[in-house]
Ligand binder design. Structure first.
Ligand code: GTP
Ligand code: SPV
Ligand code: MN
Length: 597
């Protein structure tokens, strides 16, 4: 092990005072025996192996069920560098506060040392880290979500990411542990020190708060590194599409949390002759390749997917993926030792144990599974995994999709006029807040630029400028075309578009546009397909329904532009001029329509 790593581990052990230190070698035997230990300790339930082989259920504390954005910090020396969208505390101050909390915080527990690689081990695109954690739940999840163990150690150099995690619940001698230890909300800290390549997480055991390779490293720290090094770390799925002629294309898509990345990444196209394969469902690292195409790798090795809504009808590839070797959190338990969640089957079982361990029947008022309950499975288990998903050079990207959950205003699909306009579309993205985050404002639309609002590890103005600079720098290369989708437009409370496998019809149009086919009309917001431009064969979409999905309602857009104006205020003087011009032009195009009417 690198001497810097050894010294750091010793320091942290001295501070946190665990009873034991366990070095994770990354073997199946360790994984199996740690799960065995957790089952014995009452921290995990082994599911019926006949129904769900090699799979386990975990129940979190009811207070610890999602990311905590108001307890997430980007800590830099100068506040300017964290920017207006991040909670900022000065580095030495936050380190002092947290060092107090870390003092003795692992007493009575085991500290695990997990070396891990984000990206295929040894790829020049990949980055390595070491997570120190006192949560065995985190260890088994990191084992699936990242590449862990001894084979990472040769790549640990002085640039490795130092990631510390504690559930923040030391045990006194003889004190009995609870199934899901964690700290109260006001003591939780999900802290990032991009200038120090360091992540300090305290008090939560759930998802992105605790599996530090994911949002903390692969997005917040990586986005700051990417800016320095000239690439992009994005909240994006990566999808491989083969058309009936055998032509292969790759697309990425950035939609906010719980807005459809996993589902699109696992799509089974309804269009005959089309094949879809998955490379990633949550995070993409993008760099210009030597061939002049933007290349993407998925830094992760597993899925941490939203369970509710997943069914053989909506997402058969996900159902196949989770049929074995899967860790479930906060879903319901069936009487025969299997799992269930809302909309998994058309009707619910007569009896379940809900996510909080209570009896549940279809008459119960509360949901059986938590809305942010999740499955964790290896990517390799997906029947539609692309054979080249671990290509160390990544795959060339033809199109980037932005999108969100908008019950009104935003049409099913539109295309940007050019890359700069596409960056503008990314910057104005809005979406309803979902249960992937603990919030008082569920369902309210908030601006979530590039689906990265909670994940940009630096100043948002520098982030959008970085995107614009990439557009400028590579304008003579094959930059991806940029599109904006909204599967979630509603009429009378019902979705207008069937979504899921039918989204292949939109993907077909997108790829045709990438090939340079016309098949579109120019609107005030971008290019949109006319009815004859979309392959809607076999779908019954009436003329009216089509018009409703694509309508640009002047009053809604007046409000939308006002809301974008308001959002742009947060940039102060630092809003790039190009984005200001794009907004002015959007406004002018709507004004022109008004005049001609
Ligand atoms: P994170 O893992 O939180 O980043 O979420 P995600 O973006 O991967 O979202 P996911 O694919 O898990 O979808 C979240 C929810 O949206 C699920 O309940 C899905 O059933 C639903 N959903 C996904 N795609 C569609 C679609 O095309 N139409 C409709 N109506 N719902 C969808
Ligand atoms: C998200 O919230 O975007 C997720 C889940 O993918 S978590 O890993 O908890 O961030
Ligand atoms: Mn996500």
């Amino acid at each position: 092990m690198h001497s810097m790593a050894t010294a750091w581990i010793e320091d942290i052990a001295k501070l946190t005072r665990p009873d034991r230190i366990v070095y994770w070698h990354g073997t199946t035997e360790e994984y199996d025996s740690l799960l065995e230990e957790m089952v014995h300790a009452g921290k995990a339930i082994r599911l019926n192996p006949k129904k769900r082989p090699n799979s386990y259920l975990f129940r979190s504390d009811p207070s610890d069920v999602a990311r905590v954005e108001n307890r997430t910090f980007i800590s830099t020396k100068n506040q300017r560098d964290a920017g207006p969208t991040n909670n900022w505390v000065e580095t030495s101050e936050l380190m002092a506060t947290m060092s107090k909390l870390y003092e003795g915080c692992m007493q009575g527990r085991t500290m695990y040392m997990i070396p891990f690689s984000m990206g295929p081990i040894g790829s020049r695109f990949s980055k390595v880290g070491i997570e120190l954690t006192d949560s065995p739940y985190v260890v088994v999840h990191m084992h699936i979500m990242t590449r862990t163990g001894d084979h990472v150690l040769p790549y640990v150099d002085e640039h490795f990411i130092k990631a510390i995690h504690s559930v923040g619940a030391p045990l006194k001698p003889g004190q009995k542990d609870v199934p899901w230890p964690c700290a109260p909300i006001e003591e939780k800290y999900i802290s990032h020190f991009p200038e120090e390549n360091t992540i300090w997480s305290y008090g939560s055991g759930y998802g992105g708060n605790a599996l530090l390779g994911k949002k903390c490293f692969a997005l917040r720290i990586a986005s700051a590194l990417a800016r320095k090094e000239g690439w992009l770390a994005e909240h994006m799925l990566i999808l491989k599409l083969t058309d009936p002629d055998g032509e292969v294309r790759y697309v990425t898509g950035a939609f906010p949390s719980a807005c459809g990345k996993t589902n699109l990444a696992m799509i089974r196209p309804s269009l005959p002759g089309w094949k879809a394969e998955i490379l990633g469902d949550d995070i993409a690292w993008l760099r210009m390749g030597d061939d002049g195409w933007m290349h993407a790798i998925n830094p992760e090795a597993g899925f941490f997917g939203v369970a509710p809504g997943t069914s053989y009808r909506s997402n058969p590839n996900a159902m196949a993926t989770v049929s074995k070797d899967t860790l479930f959190t906060n879903v319901a338990l069936t009487d025969d030792g299997d799992v269930w969640w809302e909309d998994m089957t058309p009707t619910a079982p007569d009896h379940l144990i809900d996510w909080q361990g209570r009896d549940w029947t279809p008459l119960s008022k509360e949901k059986a599974a938590h809305p942010n309950s999740r499955f964790t499975s290896p990517i390799k288990n997906n029947p539609a995994v692309a054979p080249n998903f671990e290509d160390p050079d990544g795959v060339p990207i033809s199109a980037i999709l932005f999108g969100g959950r908008r019950p009104n205003t935003i049409p099913l699909i539109h295309e940007s006029f050019n890359f700069q306009h596409g960056v503008f579309l990314g910057s104005i993205m809005g979406s309803e807040i979902t249960k992937a985050v603990i919030s008082k404002d569920y369902g309210k639309v908030r601006r979530d630029p590039f689906a990265m609002l909670p994940f940009i590890g630096y100043h948002i103005a520098d982030y959008v400028s970085h995107w614009l600079e990439i557009g400028e720098k590579y304008k003579h290369e094959h930059l991806p075309r940029i599109f904006y989708i909204n599967w979630f437009r509603k009429k009378d409370g019902k979705y207008l578009w069937p979504g899921f496998s039918e989204n292949s019809r939109i993907l077909k149009w997108i790829l045709k546009r990438c090939e340079g086919e016309k098949g579109a009309r120019k609107s005030a917001i971008g290019y949109m397909p006319r009815k004859q431009d979309l392959d809607l064969k076999g779908l019954s979409i009436s003329e009216t329904q089509f018009d409703e999905m694509f309508a640009l309602n002047p009053e809604e857009w007046r409000q939308e532009i006002a809301s974008i104006e308001e959002h742009y205020q947060i940039y102060g003087d630092l809003l790039p001029k190009k984005l200001r011009e794009e907004l002015d032009q959007l406004e002018a195009r709507f004004a022109a329509i008004h005049l001609t009417k």
